[in-house]
Design a protein around this ligand. Structure first.
Ligand code: PMP
Length: 458
């Protein structure tokens, strides 16, 4: 073993991490001083750190290990593929057999009208790809001025320059200059923006913000609307049932392409294979990544409808886009194996009839806790809003300190959840069983009790 591989002392690893490793979405100076937890292994729905603390992973890695950490069939498929064909590209009149098999496997599980795929390595790259596909589509149709995108405040679509322009998070936009042809509209966040409306009324009102924006900019300039079926990174914003049908109507009536970003919602999370099925809408393009390989390999992509693909096929000359690893055979082997596990064990169907509704019910019962203003869940994706006062929705403390305190305590209780401002977010592996769900709720309740006592709330 090399000297580097023998490094397993926590203090040494942490010192090296702080000195040399710059982390994504992390305050760099702060990390250099404080460092973080070093995760060294995973098993079933748990991960373990370098000091052998076991943590129940309420975030499925980063919303990707939907089947947990122990999936020998996926590992075997990766291993086998590495021995047969560890790499070959898909450029210049060439394909590799695993990419072809993965394309077929995706076609089999995605909605019927999505019969084409473009592979990337991540969700961010997939959304960049969406922009280029859509621009090419309208250029071929002779409408090059139709190039503007509408996305939503607080939506997340990635962190490359283009995809983070689609992302609607101000703290990200403050750090760089994004692309100028993206516009953001209201998110369907009933708890914070619903005012005096009923959820149904608010769903319609929030959707009509899209129509307003189309009128403002001009239908002849708008190319597409992109949104997550349920906003994940923005704090698990579950739209009212009236929202998506109205969005679909608006896109149809105004000749706007509809892009469903399923990087989090895809592959079971909301109780169906894809979030667009849960909400009954029909996207022209669909972004996927993360759970497509159960997070075991880097793979993302765009599913393209026949409507869009037929036009793209009429374009003359190469589509000038692609990554060396677009359709990497090892990532595709992991994907084929992941979809096979999901299908053969009927994991999504079983979850949506059993543990999904159970988790939903138990999570929603957290609403009775004195510091919970709202508890929302859709199968295996959930959030609670922390408040000091349920009536006024006043927050526990400024700058989301309450959320951070609750998150830190949850980890001490052995449960990883995420704090998005004052929303505590949870998306556990969809293979969790009912006892494990009980354990999530018990640990979460203890973290809530601790946070309530910290702020003197009974
Ligand atoms: N879209 C959505 C909805 C996401 O949640 C994410 C990642 N959290 C992305 C895109 C970006 O994916 P990646 O981090 O793989 O680039």
């Amino acid at each position: 073993m090399s000297k580097i591989n023998q490094l397993n002392n926590t203090a040494e690893l942490r010192a090296l991490d702080q000195a040399h490793h710059m982390h994504p979405f992390t305050d760099m100076g702060d990390y250099q001083n404080k460092g973080g937890r070093i995760v060294t292994r995973g098993e079933h729905i748990y991960f373990y750190d370098s000091e052998d603390n076991q943590v129940l992973d309420g975030m499925s890695g980063l919303w990707c290990c939907n089947l947990g950490y122990s999936q020998p069939k996926i590992v075997e498929a990766i291993h086998e593929q590495l021995q047969v064909l560890p790499f070959y590209n898909n450029f210049f009149q060439c394909s590799n057999d695993m990419a072809v098999k993965m394309a077929k496997a995706l076609i089999d599980v995605t909605p019927d009208h999505l019969n084409h795929v473009f592979f990337t390595n991540s969700g961010s790259e997939a959304n960049d790809t969406n922009i280029k596909l859509v621009h090419r589509y309208y250029k071929i149709l002779g409408k090059p001025e139709k190039k503007h995108f509408i996305a939503r405040n607080n939506g997340y679509h990635g962190s490359t320059v283009a995809s983070s322009s689609l992302t609607g998070m101000k703290f990200m936009h403050d750090q760089y200059t994004g692309i100028e042809y993206v516009h953001h509209i209201q998110q369907p966040h009933f708890f914070s923006e619903g005012g005096d409306l009923t959820p149904e009324e608010f769903g319609i009102q929030a959707a009509r913000e899209l129509e307003k924006k189309i009128h403002e900019i001009g239908e002849d300039k708008i190319a597409a609307f992109i949104a997550e079926p349920i906003q994940g990174a923005g704090g698990v914003i579950i739209p009212p049932d009236t929202y998506w049908p109205e969005i679909q109507r608006i896109c149809n009536e105004h000749d706007i392409l509809l892009i469903s970003d399923e990087v989090i919602c895809g592959f079971g999370r909301t109780g169906n294979w894809f979030g667009c099925e849960t909400y009954g809408f029909k996207p022209d393009l669909m972004t996927f990544a993360k759970a497509v390989t159960n997070g075991f390999q880097a793979l993302g992509g765009v599913m393209i409808s026949d409507k869009v693909a037929d036009v793209l096929a009429q374009g003359k000359g190469d589509f000038a886009h692609g990554m060396t690893y677009s359709g990497h055979p090892v990532a595709c082997a992991a994907g084929v194996a992941t979809l096979e596990v999901l299908k053969s064990q009927r994991i999504i169907e079983n979850m949506s009839q059993d543990v999904g509704p159970y988790f939903e019910k138990r999570w929603k019962s957290l609403a009775d806790h004195p510091i919970v203003g709202e508890a929302r869940a859709k199968n295996m994706i959930a959030a609670i809003e922390l408040v000091k006062n349920k009536e006024t929705k006043e927050r526990l403390a400024p700058d989301s300190a309450g959320g951070m305190a609750c998150r830190n305590q949850a980890i001490k209780e052995g449960l990883l959840v995420r704090a998005v401002g004052d929303a505590m977010v949870c998306a556990p592996p969809i293979i969790s069983n009912k006892q494990e769900v009980d354990s999530i709720i018990e640990r979460m309740t203890r973290a809530l009790d601790f946070t309530a006592s910290l702020y003197g709330i009974k």
